[in-house]
Design a protein around this ligand. Sequence first.
Ligand SMILES: Nc1ncnc2c1ncn2[C@@H]1O[C@H](COP(=O)(O)OP(=O)(O)OP(=O)(O)O)[C@@H](O)[C@H]1O
Length: 293
Amino acid sequence: MLSVKQLSKEMDGRPTLRDISFEVGRSSIIGLLGRNGAGKTTLLRTITGILDPEDGCVEFEGKDVHRTPECRHNFVYVPDSTEVFVGYTPDEWARFYAAIYPNFDMEYYKHLMERFDLPRQKKVKHFSKGMKALTAMVVAFSTRASLILLDEPTNGLDPIVKKQVLAYLVEEVAESGTSLIISSHHLEEIERIADTVIWLKEGRIEEVTVLERLKDTLHKLQVVFKDEAPSHLFNRSNVKVISKVGRVYTVLIEEEGTDTLRLFEEEDPLLFEAMPIRLEDLFDFKLGGERHV
Ligand SMILES: Nc1ncnc2c1ncn2[C@@H]1O[C@H](COP(=O)(O)OP(=O)(O)OP(=O)(O)O)[C@@H](O)[C@H]1O
């Protein structure tokens, strides 16, 4: 559906996105993770056509988004701040979007506003942060666009609203076939809802992870050896010790098969226990575990 091809973008003369390529299919949720300043917002804004790239292109169903403005009816960018609309009521906001997006579904908008118990005729400036975020999402989904790009949608939301928002996003994708690109700093949220994660570092794609395949390619185990830990195992490039408490090592092993796991077993350890793998473990393995994404 959407192809991002070798996209590069400068901001203030500084390279901000470098050679970014990836594809987005239908009904998929892509998590965009990266530290502050990694280029997530710039990437979302360039994909939607708000910013022009220096190099490369974005194609929607084969059409260049930046050269075919009507393409933009197929996607909506939801920024992390709704300040632009605070002086309006949600109904005014919806009418504004309806004038831009030809498929805007006013009935669906009303239905969602009622479902989330959001007042339609009260000025947005009187809304709580959670209400503003939900309204922005309701208006965006009511456009019936094929792709919705959400910039840190759960920022500042309390855990209950956050849960509500995440559940709603998954439901929308399942029911309407819409795809989402969600930028976030929260690994655990993205892990819960995304099918693919793009790790952005200093404007480049560091890694693309298909979450379904994660458990087939990364193993985590706790292991205790009778004597000294065998260094020939720990020195392998696909093995990383993430913690050592007393004699208990927690180890990550990256491989498709089980050859290295078998080498561990052959040492006849006192404890050899497989642990469930999390997105955070991959983050530890690949990116050195810097916590702030
Ligand atoms: N309007 C702008 N003018 C100049 N530089 C900018 C502008 N917007 C972003 N940048 C720069 O581009 C780089 C990427 O910023 P961007 O906001 O895309 O990162 P981000 O990953 O979304 O960060 P955060 O997680 O903090 O929101 C940063 O170095 C930032 O200073």
